[in-house]
Design a protein around this ligand. Structure first.
Ligand SMILES: Cc1ncc(COP(=O)(O)O)c(C=O)c1O
Length: 460
């Protein structure tokens, strides 16, 4: 079983799909495996999976990154080796004939197991540093946090014992004022993440396709897999701009339901040119424009365009601009013809009382939000200049609250990430075909930039 340790690699959706097909069609799986041969068969299956993965590419922040492990574990599970493969040994089945996996929708067997993000306190214990001494620049969070009104409002929250307003009316009214888009177009979710999944659940039948433009936010491909949709990949160009002719071709050839676009894009921070967006909006496809970082750019939000484009959805979040990542609030602007059905399908109490109270309080102090945004944009520009002077990094200009850096061949992104972590500075690293040897650094407070630079300078 030692071979299972070797499978923690990362697939594209395309690879995940081929893995799924491999798993489904495999004659190995049709056989009854009797120990000791089971482990031998599993090893060879894992080798196949590894071979497939070596040509894969993937980028992201979410559990989907670890789908390869899921594929291998799916094989292990199907082959009757689940407990060992999952590292569990304490499960007993009172009805020997049953195995939980047989109840699952088959396509879900190729999903990765949930990979928990290390909680901040546990990270702090592991690094032997107080949470306040960790320079956390790995998840594009807002180091300033929300305005003080948020904690006050949470402290005096009146009815936590009562279910929240399923229509988040107070928040949607406040958002209508903030965005200039009528409340009737707005739907709030438990983060933009929830809305990505809700959109797919409402629009995709199994086998329908989406277009994904990596490197980008990985939840589009992840949720497509969960929803049994196919992912058509149109990779970004080397400068991370969209391959618009490639998207047009893909729409003509594959007839997808949705194209996912991100502006500014995670992980590089580039924005989509207006003429490109207009071209893509003319295609017979639903366009989901994810503007999670729009406030840090000079571009206006296109949320108001949903009034005139019945194939456009624009997603926004309180996680970045308002420092509320932990409370999970995002929202979308939708054409009226679509939003009425999303209302019917959404979980009634998807936005908690605390989340709504916090988001309304954050919007009540727009001056604070503006100051924090300006501080982060100013710091981004300072950080960019400083990173340009680091001999082993090539930073990319960014319109978001993070900077992607190409790590020169002399160094390894993983080693840089590890060396910084030892000094209490957390950054994100990538090692995939589309992003070979890159690090992404979130913009922090000026003193955090100083600590980052000091730590970078200590790397030979
Ligand atoms: C492009 C993009 N969209 C959406 C999200 C998730 O937003 P939320 O925290 O509102 O779920 C992220 C988070 O990193 C992101 O990078």
């Amino acid at each position: 079983m030692a071979a299972t340790a070797a499978v923690l690699r990362v697939p594209t959706s395309a690879v995940a799909t081929s893995l799924q097909n491999t798993v489904r069609s495999s004659d190995v799986l049709q056989q009854t495996i009797t120990p000791p041969f089971g482990s031998i068969v599993l090893s060879s299956r894992i080798q196949q999976l590894n071979t497939l993965t070596q040509s894969s590419s993937f980028v992201g922040d979410k559990p989907s990154e670890n789908r390869m492990a899921g594929c291998a574990r799916a094989v292990a599970t199907t082959e009757g080796l689940s407990a060992a493969a999952e590292g569990r040994g304490d499960e007993t089945d009172s009805n020997g004939a049953l195995d939980g996996t047989q109840f699952l929708r088959p396509h879900l067997l190729s999903l990765a197991p949930y990979t928990p993000i290390e909680p901040f306190e546990i990270l702090s214990a592991r690094l032997g540093r107080r949470p306040e001494d960790i320079v956390k620049l790995d998840a594009n969070e807002n180091p300033y946090g929300p305005p003080p009104e948020v904690l006050e409002a949470l402290g005096s929250m009146q009815f936590p014992n009562i279910y929240p307003d399923p229509e988040s009316r107070r928040l949607r009214e406040a958002l209508a004022k903030d965005t200039g888009v009528g409340a009737e177009h707005l739907l709030v979710g438990c983060g933009a993440d929830e809305l990505i999944d809700l959109i797919m659940r409402c629009t995709l039948d199994p086998g329908d396709k989406i277009v994904d433009c990596p490197p980008t936010f990985t939840m589009y491909a992840f949720d497509a897999d969960v929803n049994n949709a196919e992912v058509v990949t149109v990779s970004r160009k080397p400068d991370f701009s969209l391959d618009v002719p490639g998207i047009v071709d893909a729409v003509e050839k594959h007839n997808p339901k949705i194209v996912f676009l991100t502006s500014p894009n995670n992980p590089d921070g580039s924005v989509i040119r207006e003429e490109d967006l207009v071209t893509i909006l003319k295609l017979p496809v639903l366009v989901v424009l994810d503007e999670a970082y729009i406030e840090f750019s000079d571009e206006p939000s296109r949320a108001g365009w949903v009034r005139t484009h019945s194939n456009l959805i624009v997603l926004r979040t309180f996680s970045k601009r308002a420092g509320l990542a932990g409370l999970r609030v995002g929202f979308g602007a939708f054409p009226l013809s679509l939003v009425k059905y999303l209302w019917r399908a959404k979980q009634p109490y998807n936005v908690s009382v605390a989340a709504e109270v916090a988001a309304c309080a954050a919007l009540s102090n727009s001056a604070y939000l503006e100051d924090v945004k300006n501080a982060l944009v100013k710091e981004r520009e300072r950080l960019f200049g400083l990173l340009q002077d680091v001999p082993f990094l090539k930073p990319y200009p960014s319109a978001a609250n993070f900077i992607l850096c190409d790590v020169k061949e002399t160094h390894s992104a993983k080693e840089i990430k590890d060396a910084l972590a030892k000094q209490g500075v957390m950054v994100r690293h990538y090692q995939k075909p589309q992003l070979k040897n890159f690090v992404r650094i979130s913009v922090g407070k000026p003193e955090q930039t100083d600590l980052l630079m000091k730590a970078l300078q200590s790397i030979p």
